[in-house]
Ligand binder design. Structure first.
Ligand SMILES: Cc1cc2nc3c(=O)[nH]c(=O)nc-3n(C[C@H](O)[C@H](O)[C@H](O)COP(=O)(O)OP(=O)(O)OC[C@H]3O[C@@H](n4cnc5c(N)ncnc54)[C@H](O)[C@@H]3O)c2cc1C
Length: 521
């Protein structure tokens, strides 16, 4: 995973079986699937891996209790099966979490117990644990931060919880372990077509140097999330828009707001959505919202009203009302919802959270929508389609039981083996061997200098933001603390990547600018 070496390879390697555009959950899943079937595979990402929506999720590996309530049983069954597989294949990153629904009306306890028992039945052998009714006393014991007034009891159910961008990095490593290649900061700028008008590769530019590359491939996959229309526009400029972004915001606050290790699920907010409060890296993530936008951005920013909405809704259920000053970090992500078509008039199309696969006349395959939870199954479908549409030799998918890089069982959540899995031994060896890098990046957090060195040497991190946002998650956990860590991170990066003092200062400045978007004032 040495980027410079990969660029050399890219210049000499002329033909691939499959090139994937987009290094989020969807594209990385396709890269792992294709590489592990034995296809010559390359993935290019215009920024860093999981820079887009895939680092900005609610961090749930779930069937979707809400979709069950909406009667979308097929989607729930598919997601529950994949939830079980993710937990089994990446136990170092996906854990079982107890979710509590507090009940404030007499009928709610039986209603939710019955509904969630159906959820368990649909999960079958892949279930994580049984849903059960709870007394109000046991609810408060498990979530001391919940409002006691009028609480009549509760129901507990189980779902998975994970670290999204860390899983993305593990998928990059898994693709490499299987002979594939993934390169960050490589933007697709054009589609190569043969004499018959069929796509035959991608023109790309290295965003760090401006060098241009031509990547020939039998199959081209557009997995660019909310940006799929831009790529489809390169193929057929007159085509209808497929996606309309909808923004979802999360707030991160201190863990005392819940006070336990379990999560809460609020089934109906004032706008009819569900709201989660999920323990994550010793903090609590509260969210989310659903705000339609007219255009997609790589670094979306939370709207004031979205922040106020989450604080207001959480305050209705928590004993202590969270305030703006309690927010340690705020992050926004974009869902690629189906755009209204000509036939719909101006109405927003029925919001389907299921994924969509489009085959263009040119042979370009586009995939968008879906969930992190279903990334593996979506990837299987895409590669099967590439076999049919682009004439790749047929090979069976092998990812259903395939272990993800770093696989380690029974990891200690309070230690770093929770996210690094088996790689933590190598990180500890690095500290021993070099006799340095054991220092903390910040007195309040357990991130070490060694994690930065590891991120550069083994995880293709190129910038301060890559490290603090997606390798050690500091920006998402506590934006102010992340700013304080930036100078040391920049110094290590400059040393590792052989960069100048000027580069270092610019990195700190650029990071501070981005981090401002994660503050609530
Ligand atoms: C608020 C929110 C909460 C969510 N919570 C959950 C959850 O708890 N559990 C769950 O299972 N799912 C959740 N999801 C859904 C899940 O996060 C998404 O389905 C998933 O991350 C989408 O991944 P993707 O790869 O399709 O898109 P992205 O992650 O956006 O990746 C697309 C990538 O393509 C790259 N790209 C674009 N153009 C180019 C180009 N020209 N060249 C190269 N690269 C390019 C972008 O930089 C980007 O990194 C949530 C979604 C949102 C918005």
């Amino acid at each position: 995973m040495k980027r410079n070496k990969l660029l050399e390879e890219l210049s000499s390697q002329k033909d691939y079986d499959i090139v994937i555009i987009g290094g989020g959950a969807t594209g990385l899943g396709v890269a792992v699937d294709a590489a592990s079937r034995g296809y010559r595979t390359i993935l290019i990402e215009q920024h860093d891996f999981s820079k887009g929506t895939s680092s900005r999720s609610t961090k749930l590996v779930h069937g979707g209790v809400r979709y069950l309530a909406q009667g979308d049983v097929r989607l729930v069954v598919e997601a529950l099966r994949e939830r079980g597989r993710m937990r089994r294949n990446a136990p170092h990153l996906v854990k079982d979490m107890r979710f509590i629904i507090g009940n404030y009306k007499w009928w709610e306890r039986s209603f939710y117990t019955i509904g969630l028992t159906c959820y368990d039945v649909l999960a079958g052998k892949m279930g994580l644990g049984r849903s059960l009714p709870m007394t109000s006393k046991s609810v408060i014991k498990e979530i001391p931060g919940l409002k006691k007034e009028k609480l009549k009891g509760g129901v507990v159910y189980h779902d998975g919880q994970f670290d999204d961008s860390r899983l993305a990095i593990s998928l990059v490593q898994t693709a490499f372990d299987n002979g594939g290649t993934c390169i960050n900061y490589m933007k697709a700028t054009g589609l190569i077509k043969n004499a018959k008008g069929k796509v035959a590769g991608v023109d790309a530019v290295d965003a760090l140097t401006g060098t241009e590359y031509r990547i020939n491939a039998k199959s081209v996959i557009n997995a660019t999330g909310v940006f799929v229309d831009e790529l489809m526009g390169l193929d057929a400029p007159e085509g209808e828009k497929k996606v309309r972004p909808s923004q979802g915001v999360h707030l991160v606050v201190n863990k005392e707001f819940l006070g336990g290790k379990s999560a809460i699920m609020i089934p109906k907010t004032d706008d009819g959505r569900v709201l989660f409060g999920v323990p994550w890296h010793d903090k609590v993530v509260l969210g989310t919202t659903d705000t339609p936008l007219n255009h997609a951005e790589l670094e979306p920013r939370a709207l004031e009203e979205e922040v106020d909405f989450i604080l207001d809704q959480a305050g209705k259920y928590l004993a202590k009302q969270p305030k703006r000053s309690d927010v340690l970090s705020v992050f926004a992500g974009l869902r690629p919802l189906a755009a209204p078509t000509k036939n719909d008039g101006q109405k927003t199309k029925e919001i389907s959270r299921s994924h969509k696969l489009y085959k263009s006349k040119s042979g370009l395959i586009t995939i968008t929508g879906g969930k992190w939870t279903t990334y593996r199954e979506m990837a299987e479908e895409v590669v099967n389609e590439a076999i049919k549409t682009n004439g790749l030799p047929a090979k069976e998918c092998v990812t259903a039981d395939m272990r993800i890089h770093g696989y380690a069982k029974d990891v200690d959540e309070s230690k770093w083996d929770y996210v690094y899995g088996s790689d933590i031994e190598k990180i500890n060896k690095l500290i021993k061997k070099e006799g340095k890098y054991d220092a903390l990046l910040h007195p309040d957090y357990t991130f070490k200098e060694a994690h930065v060195v590891w991120a550069v040497r083994e995880e293709m991190a190129q910038t301060v933001e890559d490290v603090l946002a997606r390798r050690v998650r500091a920006l998402f956990i506590d934006a102010r603390a992340a700013i304080e860590m930036a100078p040391r991170v920049a110094a290590i990066l400059a040393e590792e990547l052989n960069k100048t003092e000027e580069w270092k200062e610019q990195q700190i400045q650029e990071f501070n600018e981005i981090a401002k978007g994660y503050f609530v004032s």
